[in-house]
Ligand binder design. Structure first.
Ligand SMILES: *Cc1c(COP(=O)(O)O)cnc(C)c1O
Length: 403
């Protein structure tokens, strides 16, 4: 097509805008770069008028996701064994998206008492406001106990196993099968499983949710979440939701996330190996009452973990001997390798005390002592155990001071 004007005829402003057109693909057709091209675009320029409304499936607007988003979605769908996967701006937003895709006004949701706290807030707040009621069931409820709660309005069951903070597990395959037999949808927050250690869709769960912010990123520097589904009507529901809500993720964040995903299996193996060393050592320390980690043979949930999981991640709980809150703070404040911060899944070790945020409405949490959550990072386990021993010394000293 002939250009109507030569460059010299254009105003300076126009020339400035058109002076840096995207260069034509410089590589030959056989040459490829390793990573997808990072395209920062809202507008997509189509080759002709007809293709504006008939693109043959190609994205016509940046919000729908371009090359990097598609590359990340494809890789994660592969990991999840999904037919369709949607990306969200955070893990919390992914929980929201999955529940909005599954539920309508008038529906009832059954949710585990041990769900991630923002999930509970969503259920009690926005979902309630839009006419969805939530009933919570005990965090370690059996399939029969859950199915006994099902009523005529029950549309979905929100699972989290292991539970946030307290690590109770559920028999997810049995619950998924029983729910499906009754036409009830199941969703699971599988952030602990990282898409790798447990495969919810293969276990019969309808929606597999993950906070990619944690292990897929692995570097504590980017937020994102994913929802994966296998059944075509659910894929359609998710696609429609994304179009209607306008939610989107940035190509830069997807690029960062894709970089993390490449090394997920390697990192997770190391986190798990170190976590087991530290967890087993903690069990032998006098200040520790119990370690909450389903991979430990002493755990109440060990049989379920062993049957369903291919490994363990770096996150577990430590129940200390009964002590005043000041002693728990002394323990945390004496740590130097463990950062005191929320979130987990990055390369670094982290610790928080949990009691201020444990919430239960179905069955009270009967913690027999203060609960601390540890994330075991990629540091040497020997260094981490030495750091924890210093913390436990401070804890013991603070307890003595109190007595
Ligand atoms: C962190 C977390 C989320 C939320 O992820 P964000 O990206 O921080 O919003 C959801 N579920 C679980 C279990 C989490 O630990």
């Amino acid at each position: 097509m002939a250009k109507p004007t030569s460059r010299a005829d254009l105003s300076e402003a126009t020339r400035l805008l058109h002076g840096a057109e995207t260069p034509a693909q410089k590589l030959g057709v056989e040459a490829r770069v390793v990573n997808p091209p990072l395209q920062r675009a809202s507008t997509v320029l189509m080759p002709n008028a007809a293709s504006l409304y008939a693109s043959g499936g190609a994205p016509t607007y940046g919000r729908l996701g371009l090359g990097v988003q598609a590359a990340l979605e494809g890789a994660l769908a592969e990991l999840e064994g999904a037919s369709h996967l949607a990306l969200f701006s955070s893990g919390a937003a992914a929980v929201t998206g999955a529940l909005l895709a599954a539920l309508s006004a008038g529906d009832e949701l059954l949710a585990a008492d041990g769900v991630y706290r923002p999930t509970r807030r969503l259920c009690d707040g926005t979902l309630a406001r839009f006419g969805v009621t939530t009933r919570f069931y005990p965090a370690r409820a059996t399939v029969d106990e859950i199915m006994a709660l099902v009523g005529p309005q029950t549309r979905a069951i929100m699972l989290e196993s292991p539970a946030s903070l307290t690590f109770e597990m559920q028999d997810v395959p049995a619950i998924a099968a029983a729910a499906r037999a009754k036409g009830i949808l199941t969703l699971i927050d599988n952030t602990w499983g990282a898409g790798l250690l447990f495969k919810p869709l293969a276990a019969g769960v309808d929606f597999s949710i993950q906070a990619l912010t944690k292990y897929v990123s692995g570097a504590s520097d980017v937020f994102m979440g994913s929802v994966a589904v296998r059944r075509p009507p659910l894929a359609k529901a998710l696609q429609t939701l994304m179009l209607e809500t306008g939610w989107a993720v940035s190509p830069d964040d997807c690029y960062t996330m894709l970089r993390g995903l490449r090394t997920l299996p390697l990192r997770l193996r190391q986190h798990g190996e170190s976590a087991l060393i530290v967890a087993q050592w903690l069990q032998t320390q006098p200040e520790v009452q119990r370690v909450l980690c389903p991979a430990l043979p002493s755990s109440e949930d060990h049989a379920i973990w062993k049957r369903d999981y291919s490994g363990v991640c770096g996150l577990f709980g430590v129940m200390l001997q009964p002590a005043p809150p000041k002693a728990v703070e002394a323990f945390l404040d004496a740590l130097s390798l463990f950062g005191l911060g929320f979130s987990w899944g990055g390369f670094e070790s982290l610790a928080i005390h949990c009691d201020p945020q444990i919430q239960r409405t179905a069955k009270p949490w009967l913690g027999l002592g203060p609960l601390v959550r540890l994330h075991i990072g990629l540091e040497s386990p020997d260094d981490l155990m030495a750091d924890l021993r210093r913390g436990l010394d401070a804890f013991a000293q603070a307890c003595e001071g109190e007595a």
